[in-house]
Design a protein around this ligand. Structure first.
Ligand SMILES: Cc1cc2nc3c(=O)[nH]c(=O)nc-3n(C[C@H](O)[C@H](O)[C@H](O)COP(=O)(O)O)c2cc1C
Length: 302
């Protein structure tokens, strides 16, 4: 079976998760292709794939506009199995509404969204998680992804819990799509810029231009934070959200670094619940595996 995973990732978290899906599904004997939505060249033929996955980071409790626009351009299908993968910085249940619009668009074009999985990954806006937390999030996602992949392959259906008034709330929060474009025009470059032009080259919507050494930010910003997050000098001011800027890639391999743990109480209960639920899922599978092994041993004996 061939599987295509189309994804958008602003600062790498969703890509990391999609890569793990690709690796896991491949090791289970499936042929997996991935497609970066921002490439916008549709170099795939959907008829070749029996299943498709769509991955994205949650932006203001929604899928980013680039993902919704991509979904709108997908060719009509009749019931193609589709799964959704999303990442977000906090484990709030409200994030479950992020796929409502995307699912509606996909359903309208004949896609059958059967599974959705949500992984908590470090924030790329608001505040910087500690390396310890980034490590914990990634280790958890890495252990849960193979379980979720197997669930998809067994043909089981799995949706996230619904949220009261979710449709309405998701509609309200989609103001971010407009707000991002507005805010993006107010990005500024500080004097410590070294003119490496990394931001210009990595912007997924080609929204940053340089003319006579001056930076111009257009009206197509999708607030993915890639430019400011990856700027080697943290030289980009992100308009109204400057106080929430997070700069520099995370180190996912540094469990002993608790530096700057000033936000340790933020959504504390939700994070604890998220890790507990994931661990319960991992432990259940381990118990099932042991029982299966015992059954097989008994059959062999008989
Ligand atoms: C504009 C914006 C809005 C965001 N909104 C949310 C949100 O509503 N809920 C949440 O938990 N995380 C939110 N986040 C955090 C990201 O979803 C999270 O860090 C994600 O893993 C980033 O993935 P990426 O590296 O693939 O872009 C937001 C990030 C950005 C840039």
């Amino acid at each position: 079976m061939k599987i295509l995973i189309c994804y958008f990732s602003g600062t790498g978290n969703t890509k990391k998760v999609v890569d793990k899906y690709e690796k896991t599904l491949t090791s289970l004997g499936y042929e997996v292709d991935t497609y970066k939505i921002e490439e916008n060249n549709f170099n795939f033929n959907l008829d070749e794939y029996e299943m498709i996955g769509i991955g994205y980071p949650v932006h203001a409790f929604n899928a980013p506009s680039i993902v919704l626009n991509f979904a709108r351009t997908l060719p009509k299908q009749s019931g193609k199995r589709t799964f959704i993968i999303n990442t977000s910085g906090e484990p709030l249940k409200l994030n479950n509404i992020s796929s409502i619009k995307l699912t509606k668009i996909l359903n309208k074009s004949g896609y059958n969204v059967t599974n959705e999985y949500h992984y908590v990954m470090p924030y790329n806006i608001i505040f910087r998680h500690t390396d310890n937390m980034a490590y914990k999030m990634w280790e958890t996602a890495k252990s849960v992804i193979p379980i979720d992949c197997k669930e998809i392959l067994r043909g089981e259906v799995s949706h996230l819990e619904s949220v009261f008034m979710g449709r309405f709330l998701a509609w309200i929060f989609r103001i971010e799509h407009w707000g991002g474009r507005f805010n993006g025009k107010h990005y500024k470059v500080k004097d410590n810029c070294i003119h490496c032009n990394k931001c210009v080259n990595i912007c997924p919507t080609h929204n940053i231009k340089v003319e006579n050494g001056k930076f111009h930010f257009g009206k197509n910003c999708i607030m993915c934070m890639r430019c400011s997050f990856l700027c080697p000098k943290s030289a980009i001011k992100i308009g109204l959200f400057e106080k929430w800027k997070v700069n520099g890639a995370y180190n996912f391999n540094n469990p002993n670094n608790y530096e700057d743990e000033v936000h340790k109480n933020y959504c504390k209960k939700s994070y604890i619940k998220y890790f507990e639920n994931c661990n319960a899922k991992i432990n259940n599978i381990q118990i099932e595996n042991v029982e299966e092994e015992k059954d097989t041993e008994e059959i062999v004996k008989v």
